[in-house]
Design a protein around this ligand. Structure first.
Ligand SMILES: C[S@@+](CC[C@H](N)C(=O)[O-])C[C@H]1O[C@@H](n2cnc3c(N)ncnc32)[C@H](O)[C@@H]1O
Length: 272
């Protein structure tokens, strides 16, 4: 895989694009999250996080909490924890049960050693200065605090990348078209341990491989469309490529009975 360019980094970390478009509501995030209901094996990610936190008492902060999937679950299962949700996108925080605040992962509005645990789930790849965000995670947790991070592998959902390039090629009449933008490439499961290892002596990675099987194209179309905030980053008309991808999917499902996507995500549990 080619290394992400400076232009790619600028696009996936641009605060205006993140807060004003990609995560102004949870529509696109929810489309990506909901595809996992067709994955086997199914992983209960909030449950996995809650289990890792079984020994943690006190104050927890969820940085880049998005639509609050993890906060809501922890509020139910761990009413003893004092939870704070932080995100740079005010719009996506609207439906998250408080307390929540708008904050940037690279400048956390928290005192040093003030949290017993911190979450940074599927979000560090959106931060321009990843080492600074990792330093902030390390700064705000207590000496024996726990930090839980998640992201996706460089190999995650390769079939969707392939589908996009086929559809884009058909639209442009060029065979294989340009690749779609990768959100997690700057902080993939392969790259994450080196970033986290700068601050944490112990980083334990749990890989979560699976296969999504759909018999209906629409959840996959919705996933592709969820990149609309980055439509201008694709050197191909975005809407036309989505429509072409739908037709390819319909034909594929007619012929093969299903469309399969191999997934690889992971959770990294960090201690000093
Ligand atoms: C892919 S979503 C993940 C949401 C949630 N953690 C989850 O796993 O369901 C990424 C979230 O990180 C937020 N985000 C991006 N850059 C951020 C930054 N520099 N500081 C804080 N939040 C950020 C986005 O607004 C978005 O809500």
């Amino acid at each position: 895989m080619t290394e992400p360019s400076a232009a790619h980094a600028a696009a996936v970390t641009d605060r205006g694009r993140l807060a004003g478009s990609a995560y102004s509501t949870d529509r696109d995030l929810a489309a990506r999250q909901s595809l996992y209901q067709w994955q086997a094996p199914r992983y209960d990610l909030p449950g996995i996080v809650a289990e890792q936190l079984s020994g943690v008492r006190g104050r927890m902060v969820d940085i880049g909490c998005g639509n609050g999937t993890f906060i809501q679950r922890l509020r139910d299962e761990r009413p003893d924890l004092a939870l704070l949700g932080l995100d740079i996108a005010p719009g996506i925080l609207a439906s998250v049960p408080g307390p929540v605040a708008v904050a940037d992962a690279t400048h956390l509005p928290l005192a040093t050693g003030s949290a017993d645990g911190a979450l940074a789930l599927h979000m560090l790849y959106h931060v321009l200065d990843i080492p600074q965000a990792v330093r902030e995670l390390s700064r705000v947790v207590t000496r024996d605090g726990l930090v839980i991070v998640s992201t996706n592998s460089d190999r995650d959902k390769a079939e969707l990348d392939d589908l996009w390039q086929r559809a884009a090629g058909d639209v442009l009449g060029t065979g294989r078209g340009p690749a779609r933008i990768s959100l997690s490439a700057r902080f993939s499961l392969e790259k994450a341990p080196a970033f986290l290892g700068e601050e944490f002596g112990r980083v334990e990675t749990t890989e979560l491989p699976g296969t999504i099987t759909v018999h209906d194209p629409e959840p996959v179309v919705a996933h592709l469309a969820s990149y609309r905030a980055w439509a201008d980053q694709h050197d191909v008309p975005f809407g036309a490529t989505i429509e072409r991808a739908r037709t390819i999917l319909v034909d594929h499902i007619d012929q093969q009975g299903a469309f399969e996507i191999r997934c690889l995500g992971g959770v990294l549990v960090c201690r000093r």
